[in-house]
Design a protein around this ligand. Structure first.
Ligand SMILES: *Cc1c(COP(=O)(O)O)cnc(C)c1O
Length: 477
């Protein structure tokens, strides 16, 4: 075999560039990208030919050059962030994007504000308007607060509140509330960053009103309460109630700030989900400023919401930090639409995915699980499928002690190991995240979006997920 002759068969760039297929690629991906990839493919083919033992193999490499270039380009232009199906049963799964947003709502929001919008334009006056006023008004209507301000997340909200109200002074907090939330949010660290000094009072399990009072000096600027979102101290405990702390206002004139973390806007007690404080309730009990996340129990986009007395909120809005932390138009559009659902509680429960998932009756979840099981059985996969009672979790640092009865599909593959199955599900074009328990792969149906059930079954077929031979790269897409 004459290698030099074969090398010469690799099409030159000027020949490649006039091919119809290449012209089409240039239209889609742009001239420079295509040129670069074709160069790389030529080089790759050269190396392959050097390794080939027969002429046919070598010629095949050359023929496939353009096809491979197209595949490479497709891969390079595919976004990394994509949809997954959540079979973990954790409703607010921080690694999977915390609160899922209803698709219709998201589409509507993007259509309305993706292009130009009145985000900072007053259509009535025909001049510059104030970003966020409409949402802030809506928040006041829903929570009964005097004023509101919205930033990127609750960590930013806490920082803004403390920096505005307590910079250079002291903030009194109970030792039982020095919370760490996942992702490096620690109250002492945020405090330091804000320029305020932390004054810890009480002990881990017991703090009394007198502990707060004894700690108050000329330097004290804020009394802070932090909701122990992701843990509970139980047993021999004593915590000061919000209203008791607020009763100190008469004497010391210090604002009481409460970081609620999750901040439900609906009392979830009535749905058998006790223990999450409601924003309206905190304000009624006398908190001067309350902050909470947009993407925990509220079920909206990532945001940090501060509500409370106008005199404090106004100071926050003129803090330069606010300019650096304010939300963008897409978040604003999604948050406003989410909050509009709260005009009616039954509508919120129905339309906000987080609330719908949390309040779905175990029987309804079981019905869906049965339906999916039937679809899986009918497809004739090499696996056993059975229903299994399980417990879903709220997650996102909310209701750490509460679980909700649910149903999972337990899958036992016949030809591959269960670990292999778990990994294959993760590499599907529409990845599915489950968990392994006692040799079975569990998909908790409470968090599984059933509208994707037939896509799921179809992709299991197309990728030969249950067959002994490994999934081909092409199947993974
Ligand atoms: C979750 C949480 C935060 C952080 O909120 P993000 O929106 O994730 O920034 C702060 N404080 C408490 C008490 C929380 O539960």
């Amino acid at each position: 075999m004459n290698k030099n002759q074969l090398f010469r068969k690799i099409p030159k760039m000027d020949v490649l560039l006039v091919q119809d297929a290449v012209q089409k690629m240039i239209d889609v991906y742009g001239y420079d990208s295509v040129l670069e990839i074709l160069r790389r493919e030529q080089e790759r083919v050269r190396l392959e030919i050097a390794r080939c033992t027969t002429e046919e193999q070598a010629e095949e490499c050359t023929e496939k050059l353009i096809q491979n270039a197209e595949k490479e380009l497709h891969k390079l232009h595919r976004p990394h962030l994509k949809k997954v199906l959540n079979g973990t049963g954790t409703i607010l799964h921080t690694n999977l994007g915390r609160a899922p947003i209803a698709q219709m709502l998201m589409k509507d929001a993007i259509c309305e504000v993706g292009g130009y919008s009145n985000v900072e334009y007053d259509l009535e006056q025909g001049m510059r308007g104030n970003r966020g006023v409409a949402i802030e008004k809506l928040l006041c209507e829903i929570t009964g607060a005097e004023a509101a301000v919205i930033v990127n997340n609750n960590a930013a909200a806490v920082l803004l509140v403390l920096n505005t109200l307590a910079k250079g002074g002291e903030v009194v907090v109970s030792r039982g509330e020095l919370v760490e939330i996942g992702g490096h949010f620690r109250i002492p660290d945020v405090m330091e960053l804000s320029g305020a000094r932390l004054k810890e009072v009480g002990t881990t399990n017991k703090t009394f009103l007198s502990d707060y009072e004894l700690a108050i000096t000329e330097e004290t600027k804020v009394l802070l309460k932090v909701h122990t979102s992701n843990y509970r101290i139980i047993g021999f405990t004593e915590m000061v109630k919000l209203e008791e702390l607020c009763s100190l206002y008469e004497k010391y004139r210090l604002p009481v700030v409460e970081d609620l973390g999750s901040g439900a806007l609906i009392d979830l007690n009535q749905y058998g989900l006790p223990g999450e404080p409601v924003v309206q309730e905190s304000l009624k009990r006398g908190a001067d400023v309350v902050c909470f996340s947009g993407d925990k129990l509220l079920g909206g986009p990532q945001a940090g919401i501060v509500v409370g007395k106008k005199c404090y909120i106004e100071r926050m809005c003129s803090n330069p930090f606010y300019r650096a932390m304010r939300i963008d138009k897409l978040t604003a559009a999604v948050l406003e639409r989410t909050l509009l659902e709260y005009r009616s509680e039954s509508r919120a429960i129905k339309n906000i995915p987080v609330l719908r998932m949390m309040t779905r009756k175990p029987m309804d979840v079981e019905q869906d699980a049965k339906r999916l099981k039937r679809m899986l059985k009918r497809a004739g996969f090499a696996a056993e499928f059975e229903l299994r009672s399980c417990e879903s979790q709220i997650g996102g640092g909310s209701l750490p002690l509460t679980t909700i009865p649910s149903t999972a599909i337990a899958i036992v593959p016949e030809e591959i190991r269960v670990e292999e199955l778990e990994q294959r599900l993760r590499s599907l074009p529409l990845p599915v995240i489950g968990r392994i328990e006692k040799g079975k792969l569990l998909l908790d149906i409470r968090t599984f979006e059933m509208e994707y059930a037939s896509d799921f079954v179809k992709s299991l077929k197309e990728a030969h997920v249950f067959s002994r031979s490994p999934m081909k790269e092409a199947d993974k897409k």
